[in-house]
Write a protein that binds this ligand. Structure first.
Ligand SMILES: [Zn+2]
Length: 301
């Protein structure tokens, strides 16, 4: 009987990994700095070294697959990593192929925003019919969409790049290779710039110390404008709001919600849309990766 998932979340700071059972309960959970994977010459060997104690303890035959969650642009089939901004050496490779050869199990991967939304829907026992949106304001502006229980990845696999919609008249270079993306105004990066150049404070204190300053509110309004754009097009049942910026002390949730609603049509979706705050659970990435693998194995995605 193969019951377990070897699940790994490769984040910008931490690599979290462990064992998740078929009911998506976490049996094992550990973390390492992601820099170790970044520095590793042989990514497959490094990941095998992390998970081999689990394979020994539980027996390889108990695992149905290895499943990953990471911030990476990838193809529609989720077999090729085009670009992974946080980890060196993960561009234009197939991490799933490397791992399935190295570890001897089927391998799956999905974008971190999508596994985060899958986790939220599962954790909240939400009815997944209709459209559920995730907006994750972290270093960048992350976005995910679940339509009738399925994560929407688009024709080429690159849907939901909400951070990279253009702002008319804005021409600053974005890390994605384009100019004038809204993420430059609506993200932790924008707050970081203000903290460093204007307020000279740790970015984590920016809402507490300078939350009423126009420059800070402008970043919140830009996030709200992006959210309102998506809500206007999709009329979702609800929006799950998360990410490091939302978790920061003093994040003006009410002002954000109010600004989103002001930018929505009357009466709906202005009145109908519901906001939830994401759980900031450390194990969300690995559980979401397991949920994704389960759906993939049942051909539900
Ligand atoms: Zn961009």
């Amino acid at each position: 009987m193969t019951n377990y998932y070897l699940a790994i979340e490769i984040g910008g700071t931490n690599l979290r990994y462990g064992v998740v059972d078929e009911a998506f309960q976490v049996l094992e959970f550990q973390k390492e700095p992601s820099s170790l994977l970044s520095d590793a010459e042989d990514k497959g060997a490094y990941i095998e070294h992390l998970v081999s104690p689990y394979l020994k303890r539980y027996g390889r035959e108990q695992f149905q697959c290895i499943t990953l969650s990471l911030a990476s642009l990838m193809n529609r089939e989720r077999t090729i990593n085009y670009n992974s901004p946080h980890i060196r050496g993960l561009d234009h490779i197939s991490l799933t192929e490397i791992l399935s050869k190295q570890i001897g199990l089927p391998a799956f991967m999905e974008r971190d925003v999508n596994t985060a939304l899958l986790y939220e829907i599962w954790h909240r026992h939400m009815d997944s019919s209709g459209i559920i949106i995730g907006i994750f304001i972290g270093t960048g502006l992350g976005n995910a969409m679940c339509i009738d229980g399925k994560i929407y990845i688009g024709h080429s696999g690159s849907a939901c790049e909400l951070g990279h919609i253009p702002v008319p008249g804005f021409t600053r270079d974005c890390g994605c290779g384009k100019k004038g993306c809204i993420e430059l105004k609506a993200s932790g990066k924008a707050l970081h710039r203000l903290a460093e150049n204007l307020f000279h404070c740790p970015v984590s204190e920016i809402f507490e110390q300078y939350g009423d300053r126009e420059e800070v509110l402008e970043v919140v309004r830009a996030c709200a404008a992006a959210a309102a754009t998506e809500i206007t097009i999709l009329d979702p049942k609800c929006v799950i709001l998360g990410g490091g910026v939302v978790e920061m002390k003093g994040f003006p949730m009410e002002y954000f919600e109010q600004t989103v609603r002001e930018n929505l049509r009357i009466p709906n979706p202005r009145e109908s849309v519901v906001f939830y705050r994401a759980e900031n659970a450390p194990e969300a990435g690995i559980v979401g990766a397991a949920i994704n693998a389960s759906a993939r194995m049942r051909n539900e995605i």
